[in-house]
Design a protein. Structure first.
Lengths: 429, 227
């Protein structure tokens, strides 16, 4: 939700009870004031009538055009004593001239004349229709509410956008920001202290992250490069021993073991460098690569290498599937997937490789599902295989990420499935 | 044959020098860019092994200097940075080969021989040991003048050993060199053995006087005829 919507919603929400409260108060105050005035008038009127009556003078005419009315009823003494002597209340009265009932304010009072006769005087004065008043107030309140709301939101939005412009500039900048890629500096054309401070903080964080990203990227690369020379020295010295000291069988065996371990480090190092290079995007040159041909070429090679496992490998490939990739990365992708399948298939089991509509599926038998969440992580190995770098699938993943290929691992019916999908079918015959 | 090793790491320089001296090359060394530059200006070498990452300068500039002096010394770039850019740049600037670290001594020797041979014979690349000759480009092998038909892998193995006579080669190293990157992690090396068996049989049947000997079952060594 955008901040301005949230502000607008809150403003509307706060205004509703505020206006309701105000409308209620306004209504009661109005009614109170009107009744007060009416009661005063009724009091004067009743006084006039009582005075005239007691003085025996002529009473005011009932029909004087003011719609005011009164009635004088003799009442027994007991009744008079049981009632309060003055009472105001609202009631509907019938007005004969209009031939309708109207709401009226009524004053009921009791008096007695010189002969101790008790009378009840009711003076009625038509007042206003409460419902009409309520409706009118409601109408205007609602109108006021919306007018106020629209004005308020309009003004708020305007002010908001005017004053928040540096924030939106910053947000736009953040949208364009890619970690690890140097871009334009954070926009900071504001003299508001808070925004200036925020911009500075973002700029500092971005700079720091860029430096860290670069350092981290370079670290593996540098460490691997620095290892190359000592590795060369070790390897060459082992070779020198082998070629020049006429070692006996035991010594040759030991030296070869050392050499193999060394080769393992060399391979690990090379793979880390390759990963770094892929992640640095240092494989810009792409050429058309026939993935079908590549698999057709590599699979028999692995069949030969792992001949003793008697793995049954079935290929279901089109004649050609040409994609635009760096050929060494294409080969990295295919060989690592193939090797993974061969290494993790029990002797005598089966591998199926199919390539259709830009989807490469490599399926091999295996009872235990692998941890799909971590299988593409560096150095994640379900069970340690001698000589394995633990980087094969990480490489596969890196290549896929580099070319926006989708890679997925699934386990179903006692088989592992590695599925690579090319985003667009480029060419297939 | 005179070779200049330009390498700043003493231990590597020493072992390279030892290996090359053993192959009867005359070896000189330079440890810095300045020293190398001075030696190159003063002397001529048949082959220069050039580490391009030197403490006081980029070895690639030495190639420029050589070019300016119109010298035709063979140069093999040795680099810890196995980068395609460096490789292309180096070869463009007149280097003859590019060998990334870490390398095997045998590989280095093979590359030196190959570069020297190319320089001498103007492109002809025949390898000859005893009565066996091998043309890498046309994939032809002759034993005592008559052609020996070999399968692809047998040929690759023979080529590998012809470039490394007298070197003891681990089966796993051979597997990686001939079968590709992942072959050295195989469970066993029966597949190497099978090919090797055929190759050795063919060589013997053709009357070759070189022999690829199995050493304690761990590796192989090509023994050239003693002269």
């Amino acid at each position: 939700m955008k901040l301005i919507y949230r502000i607008a919603l809150r403003l509307s929400a706060v205004l509703i009870p505020l206006m309701a409260l105000w409308a209620t108060l306004f209504y009661f105050m109005t009614v109170d004031e009107i009744n007060d005035e009416a009661d005063d008038a009724l009091g004067d009127y009743s006084e006039l009538i009582i005075i005239r009556m007691l003085a025996g003078r002529e009473l005011p005419p009932l029909n004087d055009g003011s719609n005011n009315s009164y009635s004088i009823t003799p009442i027994p003494r007991e009744y008079a004593e049981s009632k309060s002597h003055i009472e105001y209340y609202d009631a509907e009265v019938y007005i004969p001239e209009k031939e309708e009932t109207e709401p009226a304010r009524i004053l009921s009072t009791i008096f007695c004349d010189n002969d101790d006769n008790y009378y009840e005087l009711k003076v009625a004065m038509p007042t206003f229709e409460k419902e009409d008043l309520v409706r009118t107030i409601l109408f205007w309140i609602i109108l006021l509410y919306f007018t106020l709301l629209i004005t308020l939101i309009g003004v708020t939005t305007w002010i908001f956008h005017r004053s928040m412009r540096p924030l939106y500039d910053l947000l736009q900048w953040l949208d364009r920001f890619t970690p690890g890629k140097p871009g334009s500096p954070v926009p900071d054309n504001t003299n508001i202290t808070e925004f200036h401070k925020l911009n500075q903080a973002v700029q500092e964080a971005a700079d720091r992250s860029l430096v860290l990203f670069e350092q981290q990227k370079q670290f593996i690369g540098n460490a691997s490069h620095e290892l190359q020379t000592p590795l060369a020295i070790l390897g060459n010295r082992i070779e020198w021993l082998l070629d020049n000291t006429e070692p006996n069988e035991k010594q040759v065996e030991e030296l070869f073991k050392m050499q193999r371990s060394l080769n393992h480090i060399v391979r690990l190092n090379k793979t880390l460098l390759l990963l770094t290079k892929i992640e640095n995007g240092q494989f810009p040159e792409s050429s058309p690569v026939d993935i079908a041909a590549l698999i057709g070429e590599q699979a028999p090679l692995y069949n030969e290498i792992y001949e003793s496992r008697h793995i049954d490998c079935h290929l279901d490939l089109p004649d050609h599937f040409v994609v635009s990739m760096n050929d060494s990365l294409a080969s990295t992708l295919v060989t690592n997937l193939l090797k993974n399948a061969y290494v993790h298939t029990e002797p005598g089991h089966r591998i199926d490789i199919s390539l259709h509509n830009g989807t490469l599926t490599i399926a091999n038998d295996g009872d235990t599902p692998l941890d799909a969440a971590h299988i593409f992580d560096r150095f994640y190995q379900g069970h340690k295989k001698e000589g394995s770098t633990g980087l094969g699938l990480a490489l596969v993943k890196a290549v896929c990420r580099y070319y926006n290929l989708h890679i997925e691992y699934r386990h179903a019916n006692g088989r592992h499935y590695f599925i690579v999908t090319w985003p667009l079918k480029r060419k297939e015959k | 044959m005179k070779i200049l090793i330009v390498e700043d790491e003493p231990s590597l320089r020493e072992i390279m020098q030892r290996a090359l001296t053993q192959e009867h090359y005359v070896v000189e060394t330079a440890t810095t860019y300045a020293e190398a530059d001075a030696k190159l200006a003063a002397y001529t070498y048949d082959c220069i092994l050039l580490d391009i990452m030197l403490p006081d300068g980029n070895g690639l500039h030495l190639l420029e200097h050589l070019k300016q002096q119109r010298k035709r010394d063979n140069v093999i770039i040795i680099s810890a940075r196995d980068s395609l850019d460096d490789k292309i740049l180096g070869l463009d600037m007149g280097a003859d080969d590019y060998l990334p670290k870490p390398f095997h001594t045998a590989e280095l020797l093979a590359r030196i021989k190959s570069v020297l041979r190319r320089g001498k014979s103007g492109g002809e690349m025949e390898l000859r040991l005893g009565n066996v000759s091998l043309e890498p480009e046309s994939s032809r092998v002759r034993v005592a003048g008559s052609e020996l038909p070999l399968l692809k892998k047998e040929f690759d193995i023979l080529l590998y050993f012809m470039q490394r006579p007298n070197h003891l080669v681990d089966k796993s190293v051979l597997a990686e060199a001939v079968w590709g990157d992942h072959a050295d992690q195989a469970d066993n090396f029966h597949f190497v053995y099978a090919q090797m068996k055929n190759l050795r049989r063919k060589l013997t049947e053709a009357g070759a006087d070189i022999e690829i000997k199995s050493i304690y079952g761990f590796g192989y060594k090509l023994i050239p005829p003693t002269e």
